[in-house]
Design a protein around this ligand. Structure first.
Ligand SMILES: Cc1ncc(COP(=O)(O)O)c(C=O)c1O
Length: 409
């Protein structure tokens, strides 16, 4: 008889706090699907699940690269023509002090790599609350204690500066900005970027500016579509890594292409940049043939963006109208990306709200507590990518659910 190991194989304890609410809800959805129902997915930020199509010319570029034999390992930082195109993009964003650029397997890898290359045990980085859950997951993985600062819902979800000042420690190495924001859809104001820059200068912080949605800016209710402002353009001297990628702006989330743009004082950022390159080499390279689509994407026709923003504006307006007309729901109007983060006034947790909503109305949104949120508040995140007809049906279901479950006092 072969000897088999019988003791349970446990996962590392440092993973205990890793949350990925978006996928965790899938178990509840599976229950509902097993009962023969169709679930309306307003939970995953993948435009390709809806009526959005990848621009054909970038598919062609990637396919051509495969046919041309670009199927081996790429240089660790990325292929030269992609790096040059990303530098061009940085210039268009107004970033004048670019010190380095590198390509990664999605912004997910940029996040992991940039945090891993910076933070020692006992140090911390400031992350927004609510946040995109990858940040806290990477910090958990590294055994780094979370240090979250609040976004202020009463100030269009701007970072709450007094809270940042309170949370800063002598061991804080960086601050994360997500702009446009997931999950709130908010944009950082120019004034706020200046204030964060000032704070970073005073406390020697690196700024991680996640700008993956920078081309998906929507006009406000007055039609004002102030363009996106890159943090690194406002603060050319501050050590900053701007995160960008193809997933959202160019509708190829499955290709896993992202990048980092390093800017700031050259001497100050040099040792850290070398650390990043050590990790870039250790993981060999990002996806190779897809890198050939970066230049045509960034420098070629941008027509698809006009259509994407047109659809998103109409769906955002519909979403906002629904939030404004539904009892117990209120929402800061999203200005970017494709997320809304309404507040709900209910006598139970938003996690129960979301799970029961899936069970009873077969509509899937994500609970605010899955993104971290100010204690005592309840929210849910809507992905407003589906077409108007689907959204209308989903919102009717949610309104009905709220009406029946929480009769008005
Ligand atoms: C704010 C933010 N950053 C990073 C990512 C990861 O993007 P990628 O597909 O490039 O890994 C996402 C994906 O939803 C996101 O919302």
């Amino acid at each position: 008889m072969p000897i088999t190991q019988s003791r349970e194989v446990t996962a590392a304890a440092r993973l205990d706090n890793v949350r990925y609410a978006i996928r965790d809800l899938a178990c509840v959805a599976d229950e509902v699907i097993a009962q023969g129902h169709k679930v309306l997915p307003l939970n995953v930020g993948d435009p390709l699940n809806f009526d959005f199509q990848t621009p054909p010319h970038i598919i062609e570029a990637s396919y051509k690269a495969m046919r041309d034999g670009k199927n081996g390992y790429a240089p660790s930082p990325g292929i030269p023509e992609a790096l040059e195109a990303i530098r061009g993009e940085a210039a268009r964003k107004g970033i004048t002090t670019v010190r380095d650029v590198f390509v990664t397997s999605g912004v997910s890898e940029t996040v992991d790599l940039c945090i891993s290359a910076l933070v020692n045990p006992g140090e911390d980085i400031l992350t927004p609350r609510p946040d995109y859950p990858l940040y806290s997951a990477v910090l958990c993985k590294l055994g780094i204690a979370l240090n979250a600062y609040d976004l202020n819902e009463h100030d269009a979800w701007q970072p709450e500066l007094p809270d940042i000042e309170r949370k800063l420690t002598p061991h804080t190495r960086a601050i994360v900005l997500i702009n446009p924001n997931n999950p709130t859809g908010s944009l950082c104001s120019r004034e706020m970027l200046d204030k964060i820059a000032d704070l970073a200068r005073r406390h020697n912080l690196v700024v991680f500016s996640d700008e993956i949605y920078d081309k998906l800016i929507l006009p406000d209710s007055n039609g004002d579509a102030t363009p996106h402002i890159a943090f690194a353009a406002v603060a050319p001297d501050v050590p900053c890594i701007t995160f960008g990628g193809m997933s959202k702006n160019y509708l190829v989330p499955g290709w896993r292409i992202g990048w980092g743009i390093v800017s700031g004082d050259a001497a100050a950022i040099k040792p850290y940049t070398e650390g990043i390159h050590r990790l870039l080499r250790a993981r060999l390279c990002a996806n190779h043939p897809e890198q050939y689509a970066i230049k045509p994407a960034l420098e070629g026709p941008q027509d698809h963006l006009v259509e994407v923003r047109r659809k998103l504006r109409s769906r955002r307006d519909l979403t906002q109208k629904w939030c404004e007309s539904t009892p117990r729901v209120s929402c800061v109007a999203p200005r970017g990306a494709f997320y809304a983060f309404p507040k709900i006034d209910i006598p139970e947790s938003d996690e129960i709200f979301v799970k029961e909503l899936i069970r009873q109305k077969h509509v899937m949104v994500v609970h605010g507590s899955g993104f971290g949120q100010k204690p005592g508040t309840q929210h849910f995140r809507i992905v407003f990518l589906p077409d108007e007809k689907t959204l209308t049906r989903a919102y009717a279901g949610i309104a009905d659910f709220i009406h029946n479950r929480y009769p008005t006092r």
